[in-house]
Write a protein that binds this ligand. Structure first.
Ligand code: FUC
Length: 812
C-alpha cells in the first residue's frame, strides 16, 4: 500500500517538475508546511554559500563546547564546526608572552594623571599611548576549525519536494526534511551537553536508500585528515606559531547497507539510517600556571584522549538514547520560560525568512518577536555551559581564521551584555561559566593591576583573551577600561541576588568581587583637577566617546556599585571587617556619578560638557546606574535624576540610528524608566534593520556582521518589559508595550529567589503568581498604577488588580 502511494506521489512530483534548477536550488513544488513546534526557525531552501551566507542564513547548534552551523543542503550537506577553546596566540606564539602587560608601566601613571589634573587631556593621551598601552602583538584569536561534508551521490536537489530546513527551539534540534523520488528523508542534528558530542542522524522512510560519501576539511593548514574503519580524524598536534593543538573525531555508524572507508572518507551504500557522532577538543586548559610551563600556560588538556573517550562512550549508545539525554538536559533549561504575546496567523505558517521580510515591510507579527526572545535563550544554552569558557562575541560560532574583533571577550559592554539575559530568564546555570571565568581572571588580572596601575586586586581591560590577556589595549583611551573587572564582578553579586545562594557567594562571587573592589579602591585618587575632595577614576574614559578624562560618570557609578555590593556581601558572610570599613570610607568620598548638567541631563563626564542631541550611535555608558546597574529606579530615585536620565537617553536613543548591539540596550534603559510607550520601537528596529534571516543580530547597519550580544540584549529587554526586580522589589508590567495587549510570560526569575508568572489582558494585569523560594518579604508593585503590597513568606502567592488598578492578593 505504502509503495503504491509513494509511486503515485513520485509520478505527481515528476509531472509537476519544471526544468531542473541549479544544483543548490530546491523545488518549491509540494512545499512543506510549518514544523509542529511553533518556536522554530524554518525555511523552504538550504542556506546559501558559506563564504557569503554563513552568518545570515546558516543555523546554529551547540553545547557550550562544540559550536556548529548547518547549511541544510540536500546533495552536499555541510556542517561547519569549531570548539570554544580554540584560541591561537598567547604563550604558544611567543614564549615571552606576559598577558600583554608591559612591566613597570605604572611608573608612568602618575605622569598621565598629572597631565589630566593640569587640564591637558591631549598630553595625557599621548603619554598614556606611549607608556600605558598593552602589547597586543600575540593577542591571538578565536577560530573556526573545519567543515564536515555529507555528499549524497546521485541526488539531484532539483527534484526534491517538501523541503524544510528548521531549527526547533522547543526540541533543541536542527532538522532537514524532503521527499526525493517518493521517499521521505529526515535528518536530525544536535550537540549534546551530557554526551559532549555532536550527533547527526540521517533517515529515510524506505529501507536501503541512504548512500553517502562523508569527509571533511580543516581551515587550518597542517591539520592531518585520515580515515579508518568508519572513523574520520582531523588532527593538529605539536602546532607551532601559536596554534592550539586540536582534534576532531567523527564516527560513522550505519544501520543496514554497507560501509567502506577510503583514505580520507567514509562511504555508505544502501543504508537504512546513518548516525555520525563528532567530538572536537583542544589542548586548552584554563590554568594560569603549571610547574612545567610556568605562567600563562593555558594548555594541559589532551585533545586525543578527550575525543577518543567521548566517541567511545557515545558510539555505544543508540541514536534514540543520545537524543533522549540531550533533550532531557536541554528542555530542563529551555522549558522554564514560556511566552505568549499573541499569535499572528497567517504569518506563523510562513517560513522565517518570508515572515521577516514581510515584518520589515510593516506586517504585524508578535509571535516572531517572541521567537527572537526564545532564540536568545536557545543561544545562551547552546553557547554557555558549565565546564568551559563563557560565550564570546559570536557566542561559540566561528567559521573563519580571523573573525571580527578576534571574537574575543570585550569588557566595555559586550561580554557583560551576553550575560544580562541569563538570570532573569531562568538560566542561572548558563551564567556560571561567566563567573567561573572571572574567577580565573583573578591571577592574570592581578599582574595587570600591579604592572600597569601599581594596584592590588585584579583588573581586565576592554579586550580580553582566554590566554590571560588582561592588559590595556594597544590604543590607550579605547583599550583601557579601569572599571571593566568591577562591572563584571558585579555580575557575580547579581548571581547571588537572584539565587540567594550563600555558598556561591562565599566561594565564587565574593573573592571575585573583593579582588575587583581592591583594585578600584587603589585606583581611585583625589580629584586634583576640581580640588573638591572627591575620589575619582583617573585616567577614565567613557567607552568610545570622548577623550581621557577625570571621573567619567560610568566609572564612578561602577565604583559605587562594586563598593556597595562588596560591603553588603562582606556583611552577609561576616568577613573582612577592616576592608569593609575602607570601602565604606572610600564610598563616602566618591565623586557622584549622577551629576545633573545645565540642560537637566545626566552627565556623561564630570564636567558639564554634553552636547544636546549629538546622537552618538554606540555606548550610552553614563546610564550604567540605570541599566544594567541597580542604583536607579523610578521607585525610589529623585525625580531630577530620573528626568536627567530620560533626557540623556532622548539625545542618544534616536530610533533607527544605533548599532545592533546597542538597540536593545536603549530599549532596556527606557524599560527601566518605566516608559512603556518608548520601548516597542526598539523591538521593531532590531527586527527591521539588524536581524538577519537566521535571526542573528548584526553589529552594523551596512554590511552585516554577526555579533551575539545584540541577540542576548533583546532577550533581556523583552523580559524586563514584563517584570523587573533590581530595585529591591518586584515590579510588575513596568513597560508593557500597547502592541502586546494580551499574553503571558511564565518562569521569569526575580532577585530574592522568586519565580514569576504574569498574565495580562487588555494591557492590564490579569494574574501574577509569585513562587517564593527563600520566603523574603519584599514589596510587589503594579507599575501602571503604582499600587504596592508586601509579599508574605508563603511559597506561592497570587495577585490581580481591582477595578481601580489596585493590587490585590488572591487565595492560593
Ligand atoms: C565594542 C563596541 C564595538 C564592537 C566591539 C566588539 O567596543 O563598541 O562596536 O561591538 O565592542
Amino acid at each position: 500500500m505504502k509503495s503504491t502511494l509513494k509511486k503515485t506521489a513520485t509520478l505527481i512530483v515528476l509531472f509537476l517538475l519544471t526544468s531542473s534548477a541549479s544544483l543548490r536550488a530546491v523545488s518549491h513544488i509540494d512545499q512543506a508546511g510549518p514544523p509542529a513546534n511553533k518556536f522554530s526557525l524554518w525555511y523552504h531552501q538550504p542556506a546559501g554559500d558559506i563564504s557569503s551566507k554563513w552568518e545570515s542564513e546558516w543555523l546554529p547548534l551547540g553545547n557550550g563546547f562544540i559550536g556548529a552551523m548547518f547549511q541544510g543542503s540536500v546533495d552536499l550537506e555541510c556542517i561547519q564546526f569549531t570548539e570554544k577553546t580554540l584560541w591561537d596566540g598567547g604563550r604558544k606564539a611567543n614564549p615571552n608572552y606576559f598577558g600583554g602587560n608591559k612591566r613597570g608601566a605604572y611608573t608612568h601613571l602618575k605622569g598621565v594623571r598629572d597631565l589630566l589634573f593640569a587640564g591637558n587631556p591631549e598630553g595625557a593621551s599621548a603619554e598614556a599611548n606611549a607608556w600605558l598601552t598593552g602589547d597586543s602583538s600575540t593577542y591571538g584569536c578565536f577560530r573556526g576549525i573545519g567543515e564536515l561534508f555529507i555528499t549524497s551521490p546521485g541526488f539531484s536537489t532539483a527534484t526534491v519536494s517538501g523541503y524544510r530546513r528548521e531549527l526547533d527551539l522547543e526540541d533543541g534540534v536542527g532538522r532537514v526534511e524532503f521527499n526525493y523520488k517518493g521517499d521521505k528523508y529526515t535528518r536530525e542534528y544536535f550537540v549534546s551537553f551530557p554526551d559532549k558530542v555532536m550527533v547527526l542522524n540521517f533517515d529515510c522512510d524506505e529501507p536501503g536508500k541512504l548512500n553517502f560519501n562523508i569527509n571533511w576539511k580543516s581551515i587550518h593548514r597542517g591539520a592531518a585528515i585520515s580515515a579508518s574503519d568508519g572513523l574520520l580524524l582531523m588532527t593538529a598536534l605539536n602546532r607551532t606559531h601559536g596554534g592550539m593543538d586540536f582534534q576532531a573525531r567523527a564516527k560513522v555508524i550505519n544501520h543496514g547497507g554497507s560501509m567502506s572507508t577510503g583514505r580520507n572518507s567514509v562511504n555508505i551504500t544502501g543504508a537504512d539510517s546513518v548516525m555520525i557522532i563528532v567530538s572536537v577538543a583542544t589542548e586548552y586548559k584554563n590554568v594560569f600556571s603549571t610547574p612545567e610551563i610556568g605562567q600563562y600556560a593555558y594548555v594541559g588538556n589532551d585533545p586525543v584522549a578527550i575525543t577518543t573517550d567521548a566517541i567511545n562512550a557515545a558510539s555505544g549508545k543508540s541514536y534514540a538514547r543520545l537524543l533522549f539525554s540531550h533533550q532531557k538536559d536541554y528542555k530542563n533549561l529551555y522549558n522554564r520560560v514560556k511566552i505568549d504575546i499573541g499569535e499572528n496567523s497567517p504569518q506563523m505558517d510562513k517560513p522565517t525568512d518570508k515572515r521577516l521580510s514581510e515584518y520589515k515591510a510593516g506586517e504585524t507579527d508578535n509571535h516572531l518577536e517572541a521567537l527572537l526572545f526564545q532564540y536568545g535563550r536557545y543561544m545562551l544554552i547552546a553557547s554557555s555551559r558549565e565546564g568551559t569558557l563563557p560565550a564570546n562575541l559570536q557566542g561559540i560560532w566561528c567559521e573563519k581564521i580571523k573573525p571580527p574583533w578576534h571574537s574575543d571577550y570585550h569588557f566595555n559592554i559586550n561580554v557583560q551584555q551576553n550575560y544580562m539575559p541569563a538570570l532573569i530568564n531562568n538560566l542561572a546555570e548558563c551564567n556560571v561559566p561567566f563567573i567561573d571565568y572571572l574567577y580565573s581572571l583573578m591571577e592574570p588580572g592581578a599582574i595587570s593591576a600591579r604592572e600597569h596601575y601599581n594596584a592590588s586586586g585584579w583588573t581586565v581591560s576592554t579586550e580580553n583573551s582566554p590566554l590571560g590577556h588582561t592588559a590595556p589595549g594597544d590604543s590607550f583611551s579605547w583599550g583601557c577600561m579601569p572599571m571593566a573587572g568591577a562591572w563584571a564582578a558585579w555580575h557575580a553579586w547579581e548571581h547571588y541576588l537572584y539565587t540567594q545562594d550563600e555558598d556561591f557567594l562565599r566561594n565564587k562571587a565574593y573573592p571575585v568581587m573583593k579582588g575587583a573592589a581592591e583594585f578600584v579602591a587603589d585606583y581611585l585618587v583625589y580629584d586634583l583637577l576640581n580640588n573638591d575632595g572627591t575620589l575619582v577614576s583617573v585616567p577614565s574614559y567613557s567607552p568610545e566617546h570622548g577623550e581621557l578624562s577625570v571621573g567619567v560618570a560610568m566609572d564612578q557609578q561602577i565604583a559605587w556599585a562594586i563598593f556597595t555590593a562588596t560591603i553588603e556581601a562582606s556583611e552577609i558572610l561576616g568577613v573582612d571587617v577592616t576592608f569593609r570599613n575602607v570601602l565604606i570610607e572610600k564610598k563616602s568620598k566618591l565623586s557622584d556619578g549622577l551629576r545633573i548638567g545645565k540642560y537637566g541631563q545626566l552627565q556623561e563626564w564630570k564636567e558639564d560638557i554634553d552636547i544636546p542631541n549629538n546622537n552618538y550611535p554606540a555606548h550610552v555608558a553614563h546610564l550604567w546606574a540605570l541599566y544594567p546597574g541597580n542604583q536607579l529606579s523610578p521607585a525610589h530615585s529623585p525625580q531630577k535624576i530620573i528626568d536627567g536620565a530620560k533626557l540623556a537617553l532622548e539625545w542618544r536613543g534616536v530610533f533607527s540610528k544605533t548599532m545592533g548591539y546597542q538597540i536593545a540596550k536603549r530599549g532596556n534603559c527606557w524599560a527601566r524608566l518605566w516608559e512603556k510607550d518608548r520601548v516597542y520601537q526598539y523591538i521593531r528596529d532590531q527586527l527591521n534593520n539588524m536581524t538577519m534571516n537566521n535571526l542573528f543580530c548584526s553589529h552594523d547597519r551596512g554590511p552585516k556582521k554577526f555579533q551575539i550580544d545584540g541577540n542576548f540584549a533583546y532577550t533581556c529587554e523583552v523580559a524586563e518589559f514584563f517584570m523587573q526586580s533590581h530595585a529591591g522589589e518586584i515590579d510588575l508590567l513596568p513597560a508593557l508595550p500597547d502592541e502586546w495587549p494580551a499574553g503571558y510570560v511564565k518562569g521569569l526569575r526575580a532577585q530574592g529567589n522568586y519565580e514569576i508568572d504574569v498574565k495580562w489582558r487588555n494591557g492590564k494585569l490579569a494574574i501574577a503568581t509569585v513562587h517564593s523560594y527563600s520566603g523574603l518579604k519584599r514589596k510587589i508593585r503594579y507599575v501602571p498604577t503604582g499600587s504596592v503590597l508586601t509579599l508574605t513568606s508563603d511559597p506561592v502567592q497570587n495577585f490581580s488588580i481591582d477595578g481601580k488598578g489596585n493590587l490585590i492578593a488572591l487565595g492560593h
